[in-house]
Design a binder for this molecule. Structure first.
Ligand SMILES: [Zn+2]
Length: 273
């Protein structure tokens, strides 16, 4: 099982599914390759679950329970990765999927093809065991999580709409996040497996200012760009207040004893900081 998982992770990392802001510059053949890989690697998922392509390349699978007694569970992940950037910064080929020093190396190993594969392995194995859930199980794999896209193109939004249009209410969603914190990296005294209970949202601003044109020979005191830059700095200086649900607060309190240094006090009493 472990060996199959490693091989599948290597295989999927070798498929460069880089998403771009602009659909026209995305190499969709790579997403087709990824879809073919999934069909081959997970035959039971593809023979027993209902598969729907959402938007340009997102995937939604449904394992229909014979007698549903509870609300469905939705397992999420995304197929796309960000570009590789400067090749000199890589110690291993970003799309080589090399196994070295006990690790698979490459773009997407952490964010988040490893999760996509883990969910598929688990569901495939449950199907093989003859498990019969008393709730529907959905798999939802977006194709453009890593880029800004308006709602009409965003795979996860379209999948949500698809389910809402069919009156599906989801009981529980599992998605990526800081699932495992390595103590050495995060300032904790030991490694922690996290169940993430809350999430902050991004806030996008578009700032406009009209002003008279000018010329470098008569620059004047202000430019529109300077004004917009000051407005941006003002936005940055006034962050939205954060809100902690009681559950998130309780989680921080439980994690506090594992923290080292100043972080321990912040976790124990987040509102006091
Ligand atoms: Zn991600």
């Amino acid at each position: 099982m472990n060996e199959t998982y490693i091989r599948h992770l290597q295989d999927i990392v070798r498929i460069p599914t880089v998403s771009t802001e602009n659909d026209a510059s995305t190499d969709w053949t790579q997403f087709d390759r990824l879809h073919d890989f999934l069909k081959e690697a997970y035959p039971l998922i593809h023979s027993r679950m209902e598969r729907t392509v959402i938007g340009r390349a997102s995937l939604l699978y449904r394992w229909k329970a014979k007698e549903p007694k509870r609300l469905p569970v939705l397992l999420m992940a995304h197929q796309d990765v960000v570009p590789t950037g400067d090749p000199a910064q890589w110690t291993h080929d970003p799309f080589g999927g090399e196994l070295d020093q006990g690790c698979v190396w490459g773009r997407g190993t952490n964010d988040c093809k490893s999760l996509l594969i883990a969910e598929c392995e688990a569901v495939e194995e449950l199907l093989a065991e003859g498990f019969e859930p008393d709730f529907d199980i959905y798999l939802s794999f977006g194709h453009n999580e890593e880029v800004q896209a308006d709602d009409d193109r965003k795979g996860s939004v379209l999948a949500g709409r698809y389910l809402a249009d069919r009156g599906v209410r989801i009981g529980c969603i599992f998605d990526e996040g800081g699932m495992v914190q390595r103590g050495a990296d995060s300032g904790e005294s030991q490694d922690t497996a996290l169940v993430s209970l809350a999430e902050k949202s991004p806030n996008d601003f578009v700032l406009y200012k009209d002003g008279p044109g000018g010329h470098a020979s008569k620059p004047g005191r202000h430019t529109v760009l300077g004004d917009v830059a000051r407005a941006m700095a003002a936005v940055e200086a006034h962050p939205m207040p954060y809100r902690l649900t009681p559950l998130a607060e309780a989680q921080l309190a439980a994690l506090a004893p594992l923290q080292t240094g100043a972080r321990r006090a912040v976790y124990a009493d987040p509102k006091g900081h």
